[in-house]
Design a protein around this ligand. Structure first.
Ligand SMILES: [Zn+2]
Length: 448
């Protein structure tokens, strides 16, 4: 790619980004969502996309299409952002794209407007280089509800499956390592957030009654202690039954991921790592887990209070892997609690669960993305078969049957969701080069 001059496209892309960052599209607060959807639609229409807007529960969904050729590429992004709070911690105004020492600061600069702008710049560059036509069909799905859990997305995909069919999907995020290696993720873990609740009396009681009355916090303690062992393995009977084994290509990719989490352990002073060495990335990519997020009930103030609590709760999240199904995990959890005489512990689902998704590292579309990343960034990509994080990828891999690859422009100090969100100018340029390399390659070759 070094022979190709993308300078003017990079500058134009950054000016698009400046325009998008200025729109305060905070989905959690319902700010400027239709305006931002229309601004994105205008940018795409200017590049020859036909764009349709559909109402979502929180914000409009955009579905755009352009070009034709041997490959149909589905691109997924979102135009909404997280709130800028705490605003006083920003070193420049959150909704003004501001450059300092090679970094561009602003809410959405990375997540996800920088991804949209760099991809659009790549499409512009490809068109210019090919005399105006895109060598593939691009279908672009851009929602405005990602930061509030994508409540409309799965239904929208089912409803519009025929218009979303594709040979591969370019996922909304991705990053570059501190050493400059592009990081590709081929999957996301599933997530299910629940609360366990136990009430044993209509009000708190004097703790002298503890000799004759059971205690809801003890019942919850027994319940959560029975969910996993000291090594972090989930101990609910049947929990692992549906886990899809990794392919050899997945295992090979994991073995090539550099490091073993030492930097994270150092940064945060971790005293109880569950895995180091090669096991670190194996577990991070492939291991399902249950976490306690918080615990409530009884007296939590200063000093002591001899109280027998009337009720208590514990909040948990499950991080699942393919092909574990959230509904099945709930059934197994219920049976596990019942078997321990904990029938009175109520299980409450806190929000819609997301199943996991993963594309085989050996898939030809994955190989095309790896090759494009290698060319664009001049370094060997790091491939994660699954990010340890979660997102709404399962509707794409399951309902549409499309292989998904996350590749993008984020950096490890990008402060996504926090004050001073930023990207590196050179990563934005690399993202444009990646898009050009990928689209031109998909337009040329039949994937093997
Ligand atoms: Zn985000």
């Amino acid at each position: 790619m070094t022979s190709v001059d993308l300078t003017s496209h990079i500058e134009r892309g950054l000016s698009d980004l400046r325009e998008l960052v200025a729109l305060e599209s905070v989905s959690a607060q319902g700010r400027m969502l239709p305006e931002t959807a229309s601004a994105v639609a205008r940018l795409l229409e200017a590049e020859g996309f036909s764009v349709r807007q559909f109402p979502g529960q929180v914000a409009p969904v955009l579905l755009a299409e352009a070009g034709s050729g041997p490959f149909t590429l589905l691109i997924y992004n979102h135009y909404d952002v997280q709130p800028e709070d705490p605003a006083e911690l920003w070193e420049s105004p959150p909704f003004v794209l501001t450059e300092r020492e090679g970094r561009l600061y602003g809410r959405g600069a990375s997540d996800d407007k920088g991804e949209i702008a760099s991809r659009l710049a790549a499409i512009r560059a490809v068109k210019e280089r090919s005399g105006g036509a895109l060598p593939i069909r691009v279908r672009w799905l851009i929602e405005g509800e990602e930061e509030v859990g994508s409540p409309s997305l799965a239904g929208f995909i089912t409803e519009h499956a025929a218009e979303l069919g594709a040979d591969g999907c370019w996922w909304e995020f991705g990053g570059i390592s501190p050493e400059g290696q592009p990081i590709l993720s081929l999957g996301l873990k599933g997530v299910m957030c629940i609360e366990l609740r136990c009430r044993t009396s209509q009000s708190d009681l004097h703790s002298s009654l503890g000799a004759v009355m059971d205690n809801p916090l003890y019942r919850l303690a027994r319940a959560v202690a029975s969910l996993r062992d000291e090594q972090g393995n989930v101990t609910i009977p049947g929990f692992d039954n549906d886990v899809r084994p990794p392919t050899q290509a997945d295992l090979d990719a994991i073995a090539r991921i550099p490091g073993d989490g030492q930097a994270v352990r150092d940064t945060f002073g971790i005293t109880r790592p569950l895995a180091t060495g090669p096991e670190y990335h194996q577990r991070s990519n492939l291991k399902p887990v249950v976490n306690i997020n918080g615990w409530g009930g009884g007296y939590q103030g200063e000093g002591s209070k001899t109280v027998l609590p009337g009720e208590g709760f514990v909040k948990l999240d499950f991080r699942m892997v393919p092909d574990q199904q959230p509904a099945r995990i709930l059934e197994l959890l219920r049976a596990h609690l019942d078997a321990q005489n904990l029938q009175d512990i109520e299980i409450i689902e806190l929000e819609a669960a997301q199943p996991a998704a993963r594309t085989d590292a050996g898939h030809p579309f994955v190989q095309a993305c790896i090759q494009a990343a290698r060319e664009a960034h001049g370094q060997e990509p790091i491939v994660h078969p699954s990010s340890a994080a979660s997102g709404p990828m399962a509707p794409f891999t399951q309902a549409l049957g499309v292989p998904c690859v996350a590749a993008g422009i984020g950096n490890h100090a990008g402060r996504v969701h926090a004050p001073n969100e930023n990207i590196l100018r050179e990563h934005f340029a690399g993202g444009v080069a990646f898009g050009v390399a990928l689209i031109e390659q998909l337009g040329k070759d039949r994937l093997q």
